[in-house]
Design a protein around this ligand. Structure first.
Ligand SMILES: CCCCCCCCCCCCCCCCCCCCCC(=O)SCCNC(=O)CCNC(=O)[C@H](O)C(C)(C)COP(=O)(O)OP(=O)(O)OC[C@H]1O[C@@H](n2cnc3c(N)ncnc32)[C@H](O)[C@@H]1OP(=O)(O)O
Ligand SMILES: Cc1cc2nc3c(=O)[nH]c(=O)nc-3n(C[C@H](O)[C@H](O)[C@H](O)COP(=O)(O)OP(=O)(O)OC[C@H]3O[C@@H](n4cnc5c(N)ncnc54)[C@H](O)[C@@H]3O)c2cc1C
Length: 695
């Protein structure tokens, strides 16, 4: 009902309103002014990063269409209960599926749609691991039987590997698959409490089938973990099959639209053909045929695929967080130095810009590394299909370290972005809390980050030891051939501006990694009392330095990818000079920010002098300033749509306060004026006789 305000009240208020308006913020104008400062053509970069104008327009068209569907409507997004989230997540998955079928779209469009709606649900593992496992582990007959059913959603699968007792140590899995040659069947069983499968996404209430990772026993011998396909629920009434107990594992830190589940198996029989037999096989008589030695780790291939996609996506999530924080801190004004002056845009505070703009640069760095990672995985698949597994060790080392590095950077980056948004960053309506709680599991799943770093460190130390005996190295570890030379190297930068040279930055990254590799190998030798031992106590006692080495190597790789990508862009003339210049500033800012954080190692090793560190810091600060005018244009170039970000603070028009007020209206607490607590609790207590007497 309209509220009547009399004339006297209005007149009295008029003066104070005028005073407030004179320096009140105008967020839309602020954002427009930021865009006017661009030193490069935003459209050009937008199209370059997103694969061309046509793809950008296609995404906007999809967003327009799906935002009008029931499953694509995001207005209730932040107010759903867990059950609502779960059911909604399923509707989204099926909605996308049908949309793709109706419009005859391929997987790359599917990725775009999934990213636009951004509502992970019970089908994540079906798409992310069940189907990929069939493709990489099943033989042609098995693929012919299962893939059509999986691809038409006749069955829904997940990947059941982790158990209550073991996640990291895959060889320690306790679920058994014991071959019975009389009936040509496997008996799958959970022999202990700790063998209960725990965590698989979609297992709780959605999946009808699983890829089961279990220890294969035949003729009394244990052959370690292998992959099997089996049905767990009836296709008629969705109830668990005999001998199978399944359920949801309860609420989690985030990602609650997904029904991560538990599973117990009690002497369940599955046919011999349930074992995925592309590489290892079992004969009807129960003889085990191992995979060729070169692909002994072939059963781990799905994990490597997923790690590669995680690396590919890390940059996208960081870019989303940075887009929200950059737009918001450009329109957020706080504190004025003198009366009558407009308050300062918070992005102009050195403390804010100094944290946020390096994150913006990092988001670009991760974008380029994501591309390199996927290219490397695709190359591996091609050679694997020809029977050539020679690049598997490098792919494993590269994807493990980058998975750990990129997810650490992005997890921390989302949280830093949230903090930079002050109080409004704590509101779910900013989009940042949900982004954090549903992203941060990337540091744990698909291999805990420290464990993944250790895999990379192991590979690097072995490479170094090989090089010392004359072995030629290839790929990103090639620099270790010169490790002895690097031990004597000193940085030759003598002016601030020399730090802008990518070669100087790359040399520092490389030198730090090479020296750490030598140190780590030395420590491992000492712990081993001679020849390095890559397991047990000597290895465990060297974990800290090995992880440090893997971090340094991954940082070197990310920087090198950024540098090489930019060189490629330059030499192919793909972007105009102004755009390349803006990217070069980001490359420098990324490089110097990481080096600045790690100077301790380089001072300790003697590679850098205290004076060179001072010069480095000064140049890093100068680059923060250089990037500042392009901050909003550079996040605009990522091309996120408002629909995609679902953030009151990240709105592309800058109208953040209206955004907060409008989005808050959907809160279920606002359904009635008095609120749900009035009748249920407040009224009875507040009107209780004697309630006015004090405590
Ligand atoms: C919506 C509809 C839309 C439709 C549209 C469609 C759009 C499409 C959109 C797409 C949607 C996507 C959705 C995504 C969702 C994804 C969700 C992901 C969820 C994540 C799930 C998980 O979380 S699932 C479980 C993962 N669980 C692990 O990740 C365990 C880690 N644990 C280990 O991985 C091993 O345990 C560990 C440590 C290596 C030790 O393994 P180990 O003990 O056997 O080995 P050792 O350490 O002894 O090493 C012995 C030698 O093996 C070498 N080696 C080791 N591994 C190797 C390997 N992989 N390859 C080669 N070599 C390897 C090593 O380098 C040594 O080599 P060397 O001897 O020469 O030095
Ligand atoms: C949201 C989510 C979804 C998941 N989805 C699935 C799924 O679909 N399917 C599935 O099978 N699994 C799934 N997982 C399980 C996931 O893969 C494991 O949690 C992960 O691999 C880590 O294993 P863990 O939990 O046993 O940790 P642990 O190995 O117990 O780690 C605990 C700590 O010990 C350290 N540590 C462990 N081993 C070593 C070592 N050898 N050297 C040094 N340090 C070590 C780790 O660094 C960590 O700090 C999911 C997990 C999460 C959180």
């Amino acid at each position: 009902m309209a509220h009547f305000v009399d004339a006297r009240t209005r007149v009295l208020q008029e003066e104070s309103t005028k005073a407030v308006l004179s320096n009140c913020s105008d967020p839309k104008a602020d954002l427009a002014a930021e865009r006017a400062r661009a030193t490069f053509d935003v459209g050009e970069l937008l199209h370059y990063l997103n694969g061309g104008r046509e793809k950008v327009e296609r995404k906007a068209h999809f967003a327009e269409l799906i935002s009008r569907t029931e499953w694509g409507n995001k207005s209730e997004r932040y107010f759903q209960t867990r059950e609502e989230q779960y059911v909604h997540g399923l509707k989204v998955a099926f909605g996308i599926w049908d949309f793709m079928k109706e419009k005859r779209l391929g997987i790359s469009d599917g990725r775009v749609l999934r990213s636009l709606v951004n509502a992970p649900g019970g089908l994540e593992l079906h798409i992310g691991m069940f189907i990929p496992s069939l493709i990489s582990h099943a033989n042609p007959e098995q693929q012919a039987k299962w893939l059509p059913k999986a691809q038409s959603l006749e069955i829904i699968g997940t990947y059941a590997q982790t158990e209550l007792g073991h996640g990291t140590f895959v060889r320690g899995l306790e679920t058994t698959a014991t071959y019975d040659s009389d009936r040509q069947e496997f008996i799958v069983h959970s022999p202990t409490l700790t063998s209960t499968k725990w965590w698989p996404g979609g297992l709780g209430k959605t999946a009808t089938h699983i890829i089961l990772m279990a220890r294969l026993f035949t003729k009394g011998k244990d052959y370690g973990p292998h992959a099997f396909i089996m049905q767990i629920r009836s296709l008629e009434d969705h109830k668990p099959l005999t001998g199978i107990t399944i359920g949801d594992i309860g609420p989690k830190f985030g990602f609650n639209g997904v029904d991560n589940g538990f599973l117990r198996l009690e002497y369940v029989r599955i046919p011999r053909e349930a074992m995925l037999m592309r590489f290892a096989k079992i004969t009807p008589e129960g003889d085990y045929v191992p995979p060729p030695p070169a692909n002994a780790k072939a059963s781990y291939a799905t994990m490597m695929y997923v790690r590669s996609t995680i690396v590919q996506d890390a940059g996208k999530f960081l870019s989303m967080a940075v887009t929200i924080a950059t737009r918001y801190t450009s329109v957020r004004r706080q504190t004025t130095s003198s009366k009558g002056q407009r308050e300062t845009q918070v992005l102009d505070y050195q403390s804010v810009a100094g944290s946020l703009l390096p994150l913006l640069a990092t988001a670009y760095a991760l974008h380029f590394t994501g591309k390199v990672m996927m290219q490397m995985y695709t190359d591996f698949e091609r050679s694997r299909d020809r029977g050539d597994f020679s690049n598997l060790p490098e792919l494993h080392a590269f994807s493990s370290g980058l998975k750990a590095m990129c997810t650490t950077i992005t997890s921390e980056g989302i949280e830093k972005s949230r903090l930079l948004c002050g109080g409004h960053g704590y509101s779910r309506l900013s989009g940042l809390p949900d982004m954090y709680t549903s992203y941060v599991q990337n540091s744990t799943w698909e291999g805990d980050n420290n464990v993944m770093f250790l895999q990379t460190g192991r590979y690097l130390i072995k490479s170094l030891l090989g090089a010392m005996t004359g072995k030629t190295l290839s790929g990103y570890a090639k620099y270790l051939e010169n490790a002895q030379f690097e031990m004597k190297e000193r940085c030759n930068v003598s002016t601030e501006v020399q730090w802008l040279d990518p070669a100087a930055q790359l040399a520092a990254f490389r030198n730090r990694a090479a020296r750490l590799c030598v140190d780590a190998a030395e420590q491992l030798k000492q712990e081993s009392g001679g020849n390095p031992v890559f397991e047990g106590e000597p290895w465990d006692n060297s974990n800290v330095i090995v992880i440090k080495l893997a971090v340094a190597h991954s940082q070197y790789v990310i920087y090198k990818n950024f540098m090489d990508s930019l060189q490629g862009i330059r030499s192919r003339g793909e972007l105009q000079p102004n755009t390349v210049r803006a990217l070069a500033d980001l490359q420098g800012l990324f490089g110097l920010t990481v080096l600045e954080r790690e100077v301790g190692d380089m001072l300790e090793s003697g590679y850098l002098s205290a004076r060179q560190v001072k010069l480095l810091r000064a140049q890093q600060r100068a680059l923060v300033k250089a990037v500042r005018p392009n901050a909003v244009p550079l996040v605009d170039a990522f091309g996120f749509l408002d629909y995609e970000l679902s953030s009151a603070l990240g709105r592309s028009d800058g109208d953040v306060y209206r955004g907060l007020l409008e989005m808050a209206q959907a809160s279920p607490l606002n359904r009635t004026e008095e609120g749900p607590g009035w009748k249920a609790v407040l009224e009875a207590q507040m009107k209780k006789p004697g309630s006015r007497s004090r405590l």
